[in-house]
Write a protein that binds this ligand. Structure first.
Ligand code: AMP
Length: 398
């Protein structure tokens, strides 16, 4: 589907000896000691890196890491990432302490075909997020080709994701191709029924996804905090549960649209409620239609989980984005984990939209049971809203 040139269009003749600047997303989580806790984003970029190496390219990798806000922050250097990459791919992986300038030029000059150079965090320069053309040009200095493989940052128009494409021939990497193909197929030509499970705190951050997806899906399950705005729109008492009163009309419109087009929307029928937002607060399971006025909903209840499981039994494709409860607190994570397990047990094609849902699946050790887990929460959401991702738009058309 990808109407953009990709590295599969490049052969050894195009790559041998060339210096290829690859924008990857190595923004991996680390623990308090700076040890990487999940290297999925690094392993996801390996197919592209190895393809370029095997075809004789000299590979230069650029990434952001954390939020240094345009300054050098020692704890946000990419050394730990370069070390992990070296373990993963073997071969020569060098690291340089800048991403532009003389030190980069001399490091690039010493690369041999098949070698890899990891540049320093591109967000140490404020010009990166400003998509400054002068900075993009500096990044492109000494490079022959640009490959975008940072799906997690493809929705940002930054110098190293989009701006640089003005100065170099620009191609999609394998990860970008894979992500777009899974997401696109799941919404354009899915194995049906197509079920979307959308959760998370606020309806406002996902309203465009809800609207765009409603036209594509057969069943839409709405859980998490955002469900309460829909329940209130139906006239139910939601107590102190999170609610966006200014979105009630939109929630009504979405439900009316579903009715008019024969789509099923499933909302929670029971909720775990507490008086105080605290993991150890005494909790109760009540009807989602009559939440006591002094209580708030923090998770879906067991009846709701059974209804969702039933839907999943016959689903052809399931797309999941957003937790069904406050899953960071173990006592309110049961609904979210029950859905993760139901997805793992399902025969459907399962596409997980990154972010919190991917984290829940990983915590439950179920990652290898899913068809595809996106490496980009924000990027996959913007794609599901029907938006064009700026990083992808900047690539050359086929
Ligand atoms: P989002 O970033 O919109 O995907 O929302 C994720 C957040 O939604 C997580 O931090 C959850 O704790 C939160 N969340 C899920 N269910 C609820 C709820 N019932 N009340 C408040 N927050 C919730």
């Amino acid at each position: 589907m990808l109407n953009k040139k990709s590295i599969s269009d490049l052969s050894r003749a195009d790559l041998d000896g060339k210096v290829v600047f690859v924008r990857v997303d190595f923004n991996v989580p680390v623990d308090a000691n700076g040890v990487i806790t999940d290297d999925a984003r690094i392993t996801a970029a390996v197919p592209t890196i190895n393809y370029l190496r095997e075809n004789g390219a000299r590979v230069v990798l650029a990434s952001h890491y954390g939020r240094p806000k345009g300054q050098v922050v020692e704890s946000m250097r990419l050394n730990v990432v370069a070390d992990r990459l070296r373990e993963l791919i073997g071969g020569r992986v060098e690291k340089v302490d800048d991403c532009v300038g003389n030190s980069v030029r001399s490091a690039v000059n010493s690369l041999k075909p098949g070698d890899v150079l990891v540049l320093e965090n591109v967000r140490f320069y404020k010009e990166e997020e400003q998509n400054d053309p002068g900075f993009a040009r500096q990044l492109s200095n000494g490079m022959d080709l640009f490959v975008l493989d940072a799906f997690g940052t493809a929705h940002r128009a930054h110098a190293s994701t989009a701006g640089i494409a003005q100065f170099l021939p620009a191609y999609a990497g394998f990860l970008i191709e894979k992500e777009l193909n899974f997401l696109d197929k799941a919404i354009q030509t899915p194995q049906r029924p197509l079920v979307a499970i959308i959760g998370g705190a606020k309806i406002s951050s996902k309203i465009d996804v809800l609207k765009h997806m409603l036209a594509k899906v057969d069943v839409m399950v709405i859980g998490g905090g955002m469900a309460f705005t829909f329940l209130k729109a139906q006239g139910y008492e939601i107590g102190k549960s999170i609610c966006e009163n200014d979105k009630i009309e939109e929630a009504k419109a979405i439900m009316a649209e579903a009715k008019a087009t024969g789509k099923t929307i499933i909302l929670p029928v029971d909720s775990v409620v507490v008086e105080k937002f605290d993991n150890d607060a005494p909790s109760q399971i009540v009807s989602s239609h009559e939440i006591p006025v002094d209580k708030e909903g923090v998770d879906v209840g067991p009846k709701t989980v059974e209804i969702i499981k039933d839907v999943l039994k016959t689903a052809g494709t399931v797309m999941w984005n957003g937790p069904l409860g406050v899953f960071e607190l173990p006592n309110f994570a049961k609904g979210t984990f029950a859905i993760a397990e139901a997805l793992a047990a399902s025969n459907a094609i399962t596409i997980i939209g990154g972010g919190d849902s991917a984290a829940a699946i990983k915590q439950a050790n179920l990652s290898d049971k899913m068809t595809h887990i996106s490496t980009g929460g924000g990027a996959s959401l913007e794609f599901l809203e029907g938006k064009t991702l700026p990083g992808i738009a900047a690539l050359e058309n086929k």
